[in-house]
Design a binder for this molecule. Structure first.
Ligand code: AGP
Length: 367
């Protein structure tokens, strides 16, 4: 069957709107309320092998790497296993130590990204176990892994990835749930997460319905040559992904920073002409984040704040974007969706080719 953008002006727009349906597909049949866990038969791992994992190492490129960072946080929070993400493009060049009790996870929409594929091959050559979070069935990376979780996002055409990334995050939530439930995560906590996951598709739809309000914010941001995206801990990979999407299609210089690091350097650049998009969820860091907003406002930096309803930003003058509340662990994906819409509308406003940004390819199959 042929696949086109239909009535939409671009594939990116169509794919953004498909996210609620795509999210339902990645969750379908995988949530088990009786045991508060996830069923992931494709991993090819029995409970004993799953319990033996001492560390999780996630590898991907670009946005897949940033979602990998979100995934590492999920694994640590839910399964209490040390986890981190690394750019697959760097991994094999530093002669990495491959450990038998580490679970390696390769993340890729296309399944054809050469840097990620070569990282998988390097791990397997050294005897490591790799599972894939891959969208394209039967792709090179999917075939090279020991097992995996297919993302079921459907075909993604736009260079700027949206629905595949959302499903990667949900894939990590499922993996973390399963890793957690063979360890110390209680059935009640498992079910708390399951209930949260079940709400995600409609909550994404809610955010997408506020497109006009987001478009207005995007048009204001599009005028600036340079902007910051900031966040802390769970919010930092969200900021990285937000900056990535923005620069890919609007060609504006968008730099992600940890909010906590602002005063160690980049604050020098904050001025009237340099807006900041700040990720400020309602969590244990809210008041510290709000403190940083004051620092920015004092230097007349324009602010867009992605937050939750009820978060008190004090007297800071900001364009505010509230996202629906869910379990804190799942916040990153709901904080990310409005950033896609901002990038899309900034690029549209600037008149760029949304689906084929200059210098970029959908999947990078060369080194
Ligand atoms: C996403 O918007 C980017 N175009 C890019 O960073 C992409 O995520 C990266 O190249 C990895 O692609 P993959 O998921 O197909 O491996």
């Amino acid at each position: 069957a042929s696949y086109d953008a239909g009535e939409h002006d671009s594939f990116m727009y169509k794919e953004m709107l498909e996210q609620p349906a795509a999210a339902e597909r990645v969750l379908r049949g995988r949530l088990d309320e009786r045991f508060g866990t996830a069923h992931l038969g494709g991993l090819n791992m029995d409970p004993r092998e799953t319990r033996a994992i001492r560390r999780v190492k996630i590898l991907g490129c670009g946005s897949a790497y940033y979602v990998g960072q979100m995934g590492a946080a999920l694994v640590e929070e839910l399964a209490r296993i040390p986890a981190d993400a690394e750019a697959a493009s760097e991994f094999r060049y530093r002669d990495p130590v491959i450990e038998p009790d580490t679970l390696y996870v390769a993340v890729s929409q296309s399944g054809e990204t050469l840097d990620t594929l070569l990282a998988v091959q390097e791990i397997r050559r050294k005897g490591g176990r790799v599972v894939g979070l891959v969208n394209v069935v039967g792709s090179a990376i999917a075939r090279a892994c020991d097992g995996g979780i297919y993302l079921h996002a459907g075909p993604e055409v736009a260079v700027a990835s949206t629905k595949a990334l959302t499903n990667m995050f949900l894939g990590f939530a499922l993996l973390s749930l399963q890793l957690g439930r063979v360890r110390d995560l209680s059935i009640a906590d498992g079910n708390r997460l399951i209930a949260g996951l079940a709400r995600i598709p409609e909550q994404i739809a809610e955010i997408l319905q506020r497109e006009e309000e987001l478009a207005e914010v995007a048009r204001r941001l599009a005028g600036s040559e340079s902007l910051f995206f900031i966040g802390r801990v769970r919010g930092f990979p969200v900021a990285r992904e937000g900056a990535q999407k923005f620069k890919e299609i609007s060609y504006r210089h968008a730099e992600a920073y940890q909010t906590s690091e602002l005063k160690h350097g980049p604050l020098a650049l904050i001025s009237e002409g340099v807006p900041t998009v700040a990720i400020v969820p309602d969590d244990e860091l809210t008041s510290r984040n709000v403190g940083a907003l004051h620092e920015i406002a004092a230097r007349r930096g324009p602010l867009v704040v992605v937050t939750h309803e009820g978060v008190d930003l004090g007297d800071v003058d900001a364009m505010r974007i509230d996202v629906p509340r869910n379990e804190r662990e799942l916040d990153p994906i709901l904080l990310t969706v409005p950033l896609q819409v901002l990038a899309y509308h900034a690029a549209l406003h600037l008149g760029h080719d949304i689906d084929k940004p200059r210098n970029l390819a959908k999947s990078v199959t060369v080194e």
